[in-house]
Design a protein around this ligand. Structure first.
Ligand code: KPL
Length: 321
């Protein structure tokens, strides 16, 4: 029986765990808290369908990230926010991922692949981008609110010079993709994860900070001319920076962004949810990362810089630290 380890008991982590376990993969979930690991070990994961009308419950193994029980040498999926990647978390992650194993990171923004490669030098780091939508209901229950796809491949290293990639082999990413497909996801390999990540970053750099500041759901951003003007200015600036950083511009990008707002109209962006809950946000990995890239490339990015400062000032985020 194939085994996989999932780090993170949030919406994406529980969705991956529940569906993989239901398809016959042996799943071990490692969570931040012992309480969630105990609940998962006792009750399994419950995955609800879109409107909560049907649900399935499956058994998983679960331990907390700091648990001294030895990690099995298997592939790992990392499903946490970038704000989780503290030095202490990374030490515990290193203990939980034996050298020689693979780790596929499902994180928003950029910067994490460089950090993971530095801190876990003997592991093979892959990046994944997903448009699956899910909502965590409680410690063991997740609702699958929208079908999407998963693209994964060798991880681009944005801070290590042109076109650098983390070490890795296609057959390892293919093995992870096969397990995800067996679990009913639409997963495929990409040999250009930099493009996938930068395109997602472009959308997140516009939607996330504006919804968080204006405190509106994604669909409300496109409803007034004032908000659309702000969106457009931030989009144009961000695209200029990412283009200088290697992203190929295409004419559909603006329409794709508007379409994403419509498709997720009722959603509160992850950054708005963090702000409302008083949690730290991923601003450093999103607009902060765009501003840092702009500074490296000598491009102006006043909107990204200001938004990074404004969102950081809403909570306890450290813009540069
Ligand atoms: O990825 C998202 C997020 O909230 O972080 C979007 C696409 C904006 C959907 O809400």
């Amino acid at each position: 029986m194939a085994s996989i380890q999932i780090i993170g008991g949030g919406a994406i982590g529980l969705l991956l765990a529940g569906r993989l376990a239901a398809s016959g993969t042996r799943v071990c979930v490692r969570t931040r808290t012992r309480a969630q690991a105990d609940a998962l070990a006792a009750d399994g994961v419950t995955v609800q369908s879109g409107l909560g009308e049907a649900q399935m419950r499956v058994r998983v193994d679960a331990v907390s990230l700091g648990d001294p029980r030895a990690a099995r040498p298997c592939d790992t999926l990392l499903a946490v926010k970038q704000t989780a990647l503290t030095p202490d978390f990374l030490d515990r992650l290193a203990e939980s991922t034996p050298p020689g194993t693979s780790l596929t990171a499902f994180c928003n923004g950029i910067g994490h692949t460089d950090l993971l490669t530095r801190r876990l030098p003997d592991r093979r780091i892959y990046a994944a981008v997903t448009t699956e939508a899910s909502l965590r209901i409680d410690a063991t229950t997740v609702r699958h609110t929208g079908r999407g796809d998963i693209r994964l491949g060798r991880a681009p290293l944005f801070e290590s010079g042109d076109d650098a990639l983390a070490a890795g082999e296609e057959r390892e990413a293919a093995r992870v993709a096969a397990l995800l497909n067996q679990a009913g996801f639409s997963a495929s390999l990409s040999n250009d994860m930099a493009e996938r990540m930068l395109r997602k970053l472009l959308n997140n750099a516009v939607i996330n900070p504006l919804t968080a500041l204006l405190r509106v759901p994604n669909g409300a951003l496109v409803r007034t001319p004032e908000r659309r003007t702000l969106m457009r200015a931030l989009f144009d600036e961000t695209l200029s920076v990412l283009e200088a950083g290697g992203l190929a511009r295409d004419d559909r990008m603006w329409m794709d962004l508007l379409d994403l707002c419509e498709r997720t109209a009722a959603n509160r962006s992850s950054m708005l949810q963090d702000v409302l809950a008083g949690r730290s946000t991923e601003i450093r990995a999103i607009n902060g990362a765009v501003a840092r890239m702009a500074a490296r490339l000598g491009v102006a990015a006043p909107y990204n810089e200001s938004l990074a400062s404004l969102i950081a000032a809403l909570g306890g985020d450290d813009k540069e630290g």
